[in-house]
Write a protein that binds this ligand. Structure first.
Ligand SMILES: *Cc1c(COP(=O)(O)O)cnc(C)c1O
Length: 432
């Protein structure tokens, strides 16, 4: 069975996270339960930092993409590790600031940012605001003028690259709602507009190709397109921009079928391409930012559920029904995401059948996985879904009015609650 980093099978044959038995976790905290391994998160952040130090002499910053998993403790961990964070909404920004995250290491993303969000960013001196379109450029100008402050910005550019991943997570191709288009001159016009605006200080460019990318080529292509554009900007305006944020998107394996690559490859690919193209284009290497989200947290997470029953339809399929679903993990319903599933107290056994794991939301599409290998299980067993650290908690909803499960962190063999589970009373807290 595919085991992510920090997940093991203990001597009793039970699944363990960071050495802690998942059956004990389920007993102590109840299910559904998000379990996150803090040691894995920290080691991934360190690996990404090291990958810049070792491959890119011009330096840079790892900005954890907090939309992958962004509660207060995640921001504290990223701050302690000396990383930056990327936030993509007022809510993520507010959480970061309230967690004491240093504003100068925050990169503010998002499309269609409101004046209110931009105000929060400018007022608090966020490090870089990534402007997504011409409307936003004007909105940000108004906000900065009103506050009497200068905003340090990047422009988000659509590099026009097809990354061969799921269309819902593809962002770099021409047909995208994100960023200024290069081909029709929109991006160059935005550069000129930004440079002409006294309350804006254009520091560099941003692009983000896609998510869950395993190939080197899209990252090389992005480096080529962006460096070429930086060179063109120098030619047309005389300004040499010194920073390039190449986004995130590094793929991680979810099942044995996915290829596993060390996360350091990502920066190596980008650095190699930057060296090549900087030389060809005779352009100085910019400072670099990378924004890994999924790759930092996906493997750190395991979700625990309790099996409520089995529905076996002969010659059709066998459903294993659990006490959670698309409300805590919508990724299969959204884009048929792959997961490895196992019965927590039989993790050492070979899977013996193929089943469909069904959630309990009132949608036939509320499935966690179809036709997935699983060990035998019955009512009351603890079911573990692996690699749920990214885009699970952060994508959870209150559909069917299920309270959101708690997040329990494992650190050095000890556990603590990082996010409290919601109660029914919490569900009423905003009803008038
Ligand atoms: C989503 C996103 C990321 C992180 O992507 P991952 O695939 O989780 O690494 C980074 N930067 C931007 C701008 C994003 O939108």
């Amino acid at each position: 069975m595919f085991l992510p980093m920090g997940v093991s099978v203990n001597t009793q044959g039970h699944l363990a996270v960071g050495g802690v038995d998942t059956l004990q976790l389920a007993r102590q905290y109840g299910t559904p339960l998000y379990v996150m391994n803090e040691d894995v998160i920290r080691s991934m952040l360190r690996e990404f930092k090291r990958s810049i130090d070792e491959n890119y002499e011009n330096g840079g910053m790892v900005a954890f993409a907090s939309k992958a998993c962004g509660f207060s403790q995640m921001f504290r961990i990223a701050a302690e590790e000396g990383c930056g964070v990327d936030v993509s909404s007022g809510g993520e920004l507010y959480t970061a600031l309230k967690a004491g995250f240093p504003a100068e290491r925050i990169v503010m993303h998002g499309s269609c940012k409101t004046e209110e969000e931009l105000e929060l960013a400018v007022e608090n001196g966020v490090g870089r605001i990534v402007v997504n379109d011409a409307y936003e450029l004007r909105r940000l100008t108004r906000v900065a003028q009103r506050l009497g402050k200068t905003a340090d910005i990047y422009l988000r550019v659509t590099p026009g690259i097809d990354a061969h991943t799921h269309s819902a997570v593809m962002t770099g191709q021409i047909d995208s709602k994100f960023g200024f288009t290069l081909e029709n001159g929109d991006a160059m016009q935005a550069v000129k507009d930004a440079l002409a605006e006294p309350v804006l200080s254009l520091k560099g460019l941003h692009c983000h190709v896609a998510s869950q990318v395993f190939d080197e080529q899209p990252f090389r292509d992005a480096a080529r397109v962006m460096l070429t554009f930086l060179r063109d900007i120098r030619t047309e305006t005389g300004v040499t921009l010194g920073e390039l944020d190449v986004g995130g998107g590094f793929g991680v394996p979810y099942t044995a079928a996915d290829e596993a690559k060390p996360c350091t490859e990502y920066m190596k690919w980008t650095a190699d391409a930057m060296h090549d193209y900087a030389a060809t284009l005779d352009f100085p290497l910019p400072r670099i930012l990378i924004e890994p989200g999924r790759a930092v947290v996906a493997h750190a997470g395991v979700t625990l559920y309790t099996v409520g029953g089995i529905k076996d339809i002969p010659n059709v399929r066998k459903y294993v029904c659990i006490n959670g679903g698309m409300c805590d993990n919508p990724r299969y319903a959204l884009y048929e995401a792959d997961y490895t599933v196992c019965v927590a107290d039989r993790a050492g056994e070979e899977p013996c059948e193929r089943v469909t794991v069904a959630g309990r939301c009132c949608e036939s599409g509320d499935l966690i996985q179809e036709n997935t290998p699983l060990q035998p299980c019955d009512e009351g067993d603890t079911l573990a879904v692996l690699c749920t650290g990214a885009y699970n908690y952060s994508m959870s909803s209150h559909y069917n009015r299920y309270p959101k499960p708690p997040v329990v962190m494992v650190r050095d063999g000890e556990t603590y609650v990082a996010v409290k589970g919601e109660t029914y009373a919490d569900l009423l807290s905003h009803d008038c």
